[in-house]
Write a protein that binds this ligand. Sequence first.
Ligand code: ZN
Length: 185
Amino acid sequence: MVDKHKIEQAVKLLLEGIGEDPNREGLKETPARIGRMYEEIFRGMDQDASEHLSKTFSVENSEMVLERDIVFYSTCEHHLLPFYGKAHVAYVPDGKVVGLSKLARTVEVYAARPQIQEQMTGQIADAIMEHLAPKGVMVMLEAEHMCMTMRGVKKPGSKTMTVAVRGCFAKDEMLQNRFWQMIKG
Ligand code: ZN
């Protein structure tokens, strides 16, 4: 559970730390506001991807299923600044599938935590492997990191791309190529 009271105290200290007066009018409500906001943007701390991936449907075919352009917002754990972009999630079913919205929900569970993009990519792939037990999974994330664009090297528009492959995708280059083709169009 997110401890809003702790967050409020921390934000007050943080404001003092940068030389602000946390009691001035514009800032008075800020600690409480951030407490509520953090509860929302870190809601994934209390969630488990299995909630979304456990309800499955039987299918005959075992063709690739791809959900592309899943927009996500996450928070970089090194700077507590946003990184955001799109996730593309594909799997080859082994007798069962999940509703398409569940793939987006799974992305959300892992986005709504302090994150590293590489780690998040792997966590999504692993959760699908574990709970849906498909023949294989491939996940690609492309994101812009505010810690790269508003500070440090300041490279607006630059994107970080990360990939995770599991199961049959790891061995099948043609399948991987099909994934790249399908997310391009
Ligand atoms: Zn960062």
